[in-house]
Design a binder for this molecule. Structure first.
Ligand code: 3HC
Length: 347
């Protein structure tokens, strides 16, 4: 059932050490009872809450996924943030500002969810800023023209919703609840992107060409964004058993293609995939091969914008240091005043 498989002691690495006995301490009665309670909650499709006992590997997996997700939200502000000062109208600027602020809010909810698992926000951000933490591959591609902003809304946020709706049913309560609000906002993001592209597609031939160019550049990175194929996804099996992951990477990717190709037809853009066709037998669209080498290059820091994104985040963190210091000083002053007032009352 829901074992602590990932908690097994490290296998001895050295050849000599292989002869040493690995001593596995049997779980105490109390531990076994806690594990049984945890398994029963998951079996009943219930929620694990921060105060509940949980296997250490479950906690680590959640911290890994939630923090990567939080990093993606705040790094995700950067490609579109570049366009706030260049939006073509006041209306578009206001929409874009609201959207980018929403992403900051999503980061806040998710870092808070990670903190309920005992993670420190400072440590998580340090891992991001030193290049040790992952964030979504998709935000390492450049936004070259205004249509990119619409395409990010339509395709990137569309893919994000497809992946995140199942997370509203995740077994960890704080993550699941954060995702409900995030998904509502992502849904607005997706629609504003589509609406903005609809308008451009009714414009000049130059505007239509701009949209097609953006779709051509974003389509394949968006398909890769769902993560490696199921056969190469080391975390899926255990995360699914724990009710963290409800639908696999490939299944979500397929759902996204099936939902998005008809939308492309409505928009009047083509999808840059010569192999794309509807398979009448399955009712699903068949799509061509994804360039996984490119995906892993980007995930491992070699994408077109990785260095720029990281440098911008590090600078933003350094520039904001005085705000954090001032807030802490203010909180300390308030606490001291409160303490003095309470002491006076008691005297
Ligand atoms: N970019 C970077 N790394 C990726 C990735 C991607 N697109 N897809 C997978 N990976 C990484 C995984 O994090 C994992 O790395 P690790 O083991 O070193 O931590 C490795 O590749 C193997 O992948 P798995 O499929 O085994 O990993 P998971 O089971 O964790 O699945 C996931 C990956 C589907 C991204 C899952 O973690 C998930 O659903 N996360 C929550 C949602 C999320 O983070 N979305 C990111 C986009 S958020 C966003 O787009 C913001 C919005 O405003 C637009």
């Amino acid at each position: 059932m829901y074992t602590q498989a990932l908690d097994l002691p490290q296998q001895p690495e050295a050849a000599g050490a292989a002869r040493l006995k690995v001593v596995v301490t049997p779980p105490s009665e109390a531990q076994a009872r806690s594990q049984a309670r945890f398994d029963a909650v998951l079996d009943a499709d219930g929620k694990i809450e921060p105060q509940d006992w949980m296997p250490e590997a479950y906690r680590k997996t959640l911290v890994r996924q939630i923090s990567q997700h939080a990093h993606s939200e705040i790094v995700g502000m950067l490609p579109e943030g570049n366009w706030i000062s260049r939006a073509p109208s006041l209306k578009r600027k206001a929409i874009l500002l609201a959207k980018v602020q929403d992403e900051a809010g999503h980061g806040q909810y998710l870092y808070s969810a990670a903190e309920t698992l005992g993670a420190s926000r400072e440590d998580l951000l340090h891992a991001l800023h030193t290049g040790r933490a992952k964030y979504s591959s998709i935000f390492n591609y450049p936004t070259l023209n205004w249509a990119d902003v619409g395409v990010i809304g339509w395709l990137v946020d569309g893919a994000a919703i497809m992946n995140q709706i199942p997370l509203c049913r995740c077994s960890y309560g704080p993550y699941a609840r954060a995702m409900i609000r995030i998904c509502k906002e992502e849904s607005f993001h997706q629609r504003q992107g589509f609406e903005s592209l609809m308008l451009l597609m009714q414009g000049t031939p130059g505007q239509r060409a701009m949209v097609q160019d953006a779709v051509n550049r974003w389509w394949w990175p968006v398909l890769a964004m769902f993560g490696p194929p199921d056969a190469d996804s080391p975390n899926t099996a255990q995360s699914t058993r724990w009710g963290i992951k409800r639908i696999s990477n490939d299944a979500l990717r397929q759902k996204f293609v099936d939902a998005t190709v008809p939308q492309a037809k409505v928009l009047g853009v083509s999808v840059p995939d010569p192999e794309l066709r509807l398979d009448e037998a399955t009712g699903h669209y068949h799509y061509g091969p994804i360039d996984w080498d490119d995906f892993w290059r980007v995930v491992n820091g070699q994408g077109p914008c990785n260095a720029e994104r990281l440098a911008t985040r590090v600078k933003a963190d350094a520039d904001g240091a005085w705000v954090r210091e001032a807030s802490l000083a203010y909180a300390a002053k308030q606490a001291a005043r409160q303490g003095a007032a309470t002491a006076q009352e008691a005297a």
